[in-house]
Design a protein around this ligand. Structure first.
Ligand code: FES
Ligand SMILES: [Fe+2]
Length: 445
């Protein structure tokens, strides 16, 4: 009964309240000082000019670390992820010794792609054209009629290899052979994101949507909460969009959004709103028995989860209380947005189109915590479609709705650039980091 739970709740509040600012070695919650990024326009041209797209390719995409996929998709030797970024395609391959290696997905003979995008397992990669055959380590094991090539085989008789590593349940690669160490690149987010233990979460959704906008329009869309009052009116009874902490780090940034809360933009309702009821039910609370005030629900959910998590097979010990309800929303430069929650992660990978700055690929990846002792669910199937062909859920449909018209509007001679406000500080920060890469004197940044 909830009455009993309420009593327990009070005891728990007294005994194990975890202060977000001082929580163990977990995710830091303190606010970072706001950088002074000025108030200038962000030029619109960068969203559609082929010249800027070329600069991004040369100075960003081929320089940074990139998210390749999930480690648990490639557990056995020969398992591989074939993924594309712009005009390039790579193979990320599990080796016999358990390590991962990354190769360009191209046959050195006449340029055929070795594999289509997706997951697979191979004992070797045999090109479907003239049967040049590569080992899992990229070695060119067989060239039919090699003696007819007076020049011999290609250099080192192997595919070149790219830097590749695993972190926090994911595989990362870089097209830059001289890329800085991954740990330096991802700093300071290791400490922020490891406490969520994504490796304890299983695939729930794997979708790619072709969007008619520049990849940065999508990054921007998830880097601010200002649009909640504009396009997600239903979320005003779900989260507090006026009380959001923004933190900008060297390359990456985040904001923290209180969930299970009512926005001060609307009146406090007399009934528990459906979205918040869902949060309570998911936590295992009995809504019918809830006697607290609506304004107390967020705190009560946190306390309930702290108290009952262990029995539910969910280890929240590295998370602070706010993380048990809220959205800790991160952006890993340049193109990964993560909604981090105690029980799930909803993340987006925003990829540039191979040739057209007005198009992009929007990957939605959702993972859900598998309680200890529960069966690991079967992997969901990947789906790919064009914007509008299928719903991707109400909130994301709302996010997607304006992007093609934003892309069209950006090209107007009457639109010099983005007029950014304080709630959009992360957008300004993202573009500042982008500019730093674009303008780096040594483009090998
Ligand atoms: S293109 Fe691959 S073997 Fe000829
Ligand atoms: Fe949104």
């Amino acid at each position: 009964m909830w009455d009993t739970a309420r009593m327990d709740v009070k005891r728990v509040v007294d005994v194990i309240r975890v202060d977000p600012a001082t929580c163990g070695n977990g995710t830091p919650a303190e606010r970072a000082p706001d950088p002074d990024l000025g108030t200038a326009l962000i030029p619109a041209e960068r969203y559609y000019a082929p010249e800027f797209m070329k600069l991004e390719w040369e100075r960003v995409w081929t320089k940074v670390w990139l998210l390749g996929g999930r480690s648990d998709d490639i557990t056995a030797p020969g398992d591989y992820i074939c993924t594309e970024i712009g005009k390039e395609s790579v193979l990320i391959v599990r080796q016999h010794d358990g390590s991962v290696r990354c190769f360009p997905n191209v046959c050195l003979h006449r340029g055929n792609r070795l594999r289509p995008e997706g997951l697979g397992n191979a004992e070797q990669f045999r090109c479907m054209y003239h049967h040049w055959t590569y080992g899992l380590d990229g070695t060119l094991d067989r060239i039919p009629d090699l003696c007819t090539f007076a020049q011999g085989g290609p250099p080192k008789m192997a595919l070149p290899s790219f830097p590749c590593t695993e972190w926090n349940g994911f595989v990362w690669y870089s097209l830059n052979p001289d890329v800085e160490p991954f740990d330096d690149y991802i700093s300071p987010l290791k400490q922020h994101l490891e406490p969520y233990h994504p490796e304890r979460m299983a695939w729930k959704r794997d979708v790619t949507v072709e969007w008619d906008c520049n990849w940065k329009a999508s990054v921007d869309a998830f880097n601010e909460s200002y649009h909640v009052q504009g396009i997600h009116p239903q979320l005003l009874w779900y989260l507090d969009d006026t009380n959001i902490q923004i933190d900008c780090y060297e390359r990456h940034n985040r904001y923290l959004i209180p969930f299970a809360s009512i926005s001060p933009r609307v009146a406090m309702p007399s009934q528990i709103p459906p979205g918040i009821a869902e949060i309570m039910t998911h936590a295992g609370m009995d809504i019918a028995d809830y006697e607290g005030r609506i304004g107390d629900i967020r705190r009560d959910v946190q306390v309930f989860k702290r108290q009952h998590g262990q029995a539910q097979g969910k280890d929240y010990s590295e998370l602070n209380d706010d993380q048990l309800t809220d959205d800790y929303h991160y952006m890993i430069f340049p193109n990964v947005s993560l909604n981090m929650h105690a029980d799930d992660i909803m993340m987006f990978r925003q990829r540039p189109h191979a040739t057209d700055p007005n198009k992009m690929l929007y990957d939605v990846w959702v993972f859900e915590l598998v309680p200890e002792g529960a069966e690991w669910p079967k992997r969901v199937r990947h789906q790919r479609f064009r914007h509008g062909d299928k719903s991707i859920g109400l909130v994301l449909d709302q996010d997607a709705y304006n992007l093609p018209t934003v892309q069209l509007g950006m090209r107007s001679d009457s639109f010099p650039g983005l007029w950014i406000g304080e709630q959009e500080l992360r957008i300004r920060h993202f573009h500042k980091v982008l500019d730093d890469y674009i303008n780096a004197p040594d483009a090998s940044l």
